[in-house]
Design a binder for this molecule. Sequence first.
Ligand code: ATP
Ligand code: MG
Length: 660
Amino acid sequence: MTAERVLAGLDPEQRTAVTAPAGPVCVLAGAGTGKTRAVTHRIAYRAATGEISPRHVLAVTFTARAAAEMRARLAGLGAAGVQARTFHAAALRQVRYFAARLLAGRGMPELVESKARLVGLAAARAGVRVDRSGARDLAGEIEWAKSSLVEPGEYAVAAAKAQREPPHEPAKVAEVFAAYESLKRRQGVIDFEDMLRAAVWGIEEHPDVAEQIRAQYRHFVVDEYQDVNPLQQRLLEAWLGGRDDLTVVGDASQTIYSFTGATASYLIDFPRQRRGAVVVRLVRDYRSTPQVVGLANAVIRQARGSEARLRLELVGQRPPGPEPALKIFPDEPAEAAAVARRCRELLAAGTPASEIAVLFRTNAQSEAYEEALAEAEVPYVVRGAERFFERPEVRGAMVALRAAVRSTPGDTPLVDAVVEALSATGWVRDRPPAGGAQREQWEALAALVTLAEEYAAAPELVPVGDAAAVQRDVSLAAFCDELARRADQQHAPTVEGVTLASLHSAKGLEWDAVFLVGLAEGTLPTTYAKTPDQVEEERRLLYVGVTRARQWLWLSYGQSRSPGGRARRPCRFLPQLDGTGGPERARPPGSRKPDRRPPRVVSCRICGSTLLAGADRKLGRCATCPSDLDEELYERLKLWRATAAAEQKVPAYVVFTDAT
Ligand code: ATP
Ligand code: MG
């Protein structure tokens, strides 16, 4: 492709980034402004002008899918052969290649199979009692330390400095961390962070390796640079070896991995750190409708943090579309059922399933949506997590219950029947139990068997699942049948379907229709977000979610988790939810006596999008178009929305930018 063709379809600022001479380039911009497009085109442009060869480019992205997409886009732009990889994949490849030379003929160590399990063992060594989720917390803390280049002996001081909330006494965490490291060494396995460290070590300590790698890679690109951690940055520096042909793009408002040690400071400091850096800001949002852009601006405008001064309001470029809708349901199952119904409608209206996504805060939320979509016969794919009924512990539990149903009194003891059935699945490997995680499995198993024994003794006394779903027959056998039926439905093979994904795994991606579900306090922000920094990260997650939508955006939450459960408050980051500017803001004091007449629906005089205007037909303004605003009208709109929302009269969710 010619250089001119590569430049076509870029705006002037994007062109500045694309055509900048060799050297440091930094694109700082909000979601959907074409950062990824700019870096891809920069590589293609430089290849087309003959300035660089694609095979000398190393482009680092955040997920394997993003890397694959970048390779495909580059091939389409005539720049095939670029190495587009995640940090891990790039490191793995290099370590594999140099392993024989660096490790004196020993092969490359295996990756640790289950980190949480090994951490559990390490915890036992250090005298810390943890269950499976406790082990996961510790594993997360160790991951943070290693990604932040913190050694066990430095952990306590570093954790205090970073205002971490360690799962145990810092000295204990350090002990577990040290025990984990030595267990790994003894078993001859490594984890992901070790792999990056090995790549760094290979280059820093071995001049011949450094020379070979630096001869291969001469031009570097990092997408989503706001989420780079110190270990990855060190690897990047090792690759560069003092050279500066580096293009980074990122959005500090989308930093969502700081719990693993990522920090936007490398992005923010880039212009100061790299002499002569070309810095480009983009504000035109090409992805989303002005309505979605307006909501995104409103969500992030309140953000606090070091990146705030860099933030520029996004300006929507696309034609107006439907208003984002906020829906409130009595509970989560009702919410999931409504989402599934809406998905069906979208599909029936011609939206391809691959253009629809349901995004949630935690993978545990996935189950309700898997079930509801299966029930509604909507095909779906789960990203970055196993389907509920395919998770080993769920399969194990089902097998155990089925075995309990089949065992007859006086026959083999129930526990034996269950264990036998489980051994066949590989879920329980050996009898008798061995240490650590195995013991935990056995404890879970014992609890399950006790439960099954209770059923066997008095089936009528034990409520099984949701009584409505197994209304006629509440026996354990019927419950197992029902489970099997649901598992079967979910097994329907789907090559293409509605995407179910966590907000974390959705970054960089886009869909025509996006459902952001579970927007309630306790879920988003999660109860685990305690420090102000952690709460801010939750806000950025919502911003990432909102900005994934091109056209339709549906925000929702169930007032309680399960039917009849405790009521939850709406997510505090939702602006304008109650007309007072969201739960975080108070009503301005001394506002005039309100006019309660409903406003009329008119169009924005600038971009034509649907608006609510006063009864006297004065125009308001839409979320993105600048125009003077009539203060009185604005107050009335807010008030009317507050009352109408309270009475559930307004289905749509209209957002105004000047809500301060
Ligand atoms: P994110 O922060 O979410 O990663 P981004 O800044 O990387 O977003 P892109 O994914 O590069 O944004 O672009 C968003 C969408 O806008 C894509 O569909 C892209 O093709 C389109 N786009 C980008 N720049 C332009 C342009 N100049 N003209 C038309 N469409 C564009
Ligand atoms: Mg991007």
